[in-house]
Design a protein around this ligand. Structure first.
Ligand code: RIB
Length: 307
């Protein structure tokens, strides 16, 4: 089993369930409120550990209660959190999340300490790490993400970048990636196109255009339509498994954590995508890290649904 290193964000999620997402300028009356550990980096780390990976995470939190809770949460999920640094003079990252009844959400983050993660933090993160998988997202400064990809190359590691939140990215970064895993909005942002739903008939061409940006493999995450995978050998649809979505928060993070675990175990790419699709059963439960399934639950689910 190869090691997995997650470099990225930790947020405390402030979640309100609501019957209706507000329009700009509108106030709506929501329902329940809860604080749930989240952050795209930490969610990926917890997913990878809960699904059986050997996981280390590097990130930054404030010297406050949320920072301590998030770091302890990583450790109790089995993640080595020794490179998550408490940072003075800045608050732990938070996310404000509205979840609508059908499972759709709106998220705004205040990055706080996540914005202090520097390239200098990466040397200790990569200590004694080689030939593993490195998971990255875009809730950390871009120059740190770029430095991480360079270091990963030197350590013969496989890189998986989740380009979330959506942003345009430099060619030098994209062409050094092994895997790029955008959802629909992120794919359109990378290609400079207006947002909108992507039909399965459009996915292969879109995937090829993303591949031309430079990564070795593009995994286009299409929500309840599954994933479209494109590389030099393959252009293939992997349908989603039928689940009833209650909350889609962290579904993409769980997918990436699961993909990394199956690849770390030596699984083939098609098997790894099937496993990652099955892990998206996280959408049946509320919250980010609170919804991430165990390995036994995903294996059982796959056993029940494999054709
Ligand atoms: O991907 C879901 C995550 O996005 C949430 O946990 C929130 O913290 C934001 O980072």
């Amino acid at each position: 089993m190869k090691p997995i290193l997650v470099i990225g964000s930790l947020n405390m999620d402030f979640v309100v369930q609501t019957d209706k997402l507000p329009l700009p300028g509108e106030t709506v009356k929501g329902r329940d409120f809860s604080t749930i550990p989240g952050g795209k980096g930490a969610n990926q780390a917890v997913a990878a550990a809960r699904l059986g990976g050997r996981v280390r995470m590097a990130g930054r939190v404030g010297q406050d209660g949320f920072g301590r809770t998030l770091t302890e949460g990583l450790s109790s999920a089995g993640v080595d959190a020794g490179r998550v640094s408490p940072t003075s003079g800045v608050a732990t990252g938070v996310a404000l999340i509205l979840v609508e009844r059908e499972g759709q959400n709106q998220i705004t983050i205040a990055a706080g300490a996540n914005d202090r993660l520097e390239p200098a933090d990466l040397e200790p993160a990569f200590q004694d790490f080689s030939q593993g998988l490195v998971l990255l997202q875009l809730e950390s400064p871009l120059q740190t993400v770029e430095a991480a990809v360079r270091l990963a190359r030197g350590h013969e590691a496989t890189t998986i970048l989740d380009p979330a939140p959506a942003a345009a990215l430099p060619q030098t970064l994209l062409s050094n990636l092994d895997f790029l895993t955008p959802n629909e909005t992120e794919a359109q942002q990378l290609l400079g196109e207006p947002p909108g739903e992507i039909g399965l008939d459009e996915a292969p061409a879109l995937g090829r255009r993303l591949l031309e940006l430079g990564p070795d493999t593009v995994v286009l995450k299409l929500g309840d339509k599954g994933a479209w995978v494109v590389n030099r050998q393959l252009s293939r649809h992997f349908p989603a498994y039928p689940v009833k979505a209650a909350d889609t928060t962290a579904a993409g993070d769980t997918f990436n954590g699961a993909l990394a675990v199956r690849l770390a175990e030596g699984g083939s790419l098609p098997r790894a995508i099937e496993f990652a699709n099955a892990a998206a059963l996280s959408v049946t439960r509320a919250g980010a890290q609170a919804s991430i399934p165990s390995r036994s639950r995903v294996d059982r689910f796959l056993g029940e649904h494999r054709g």
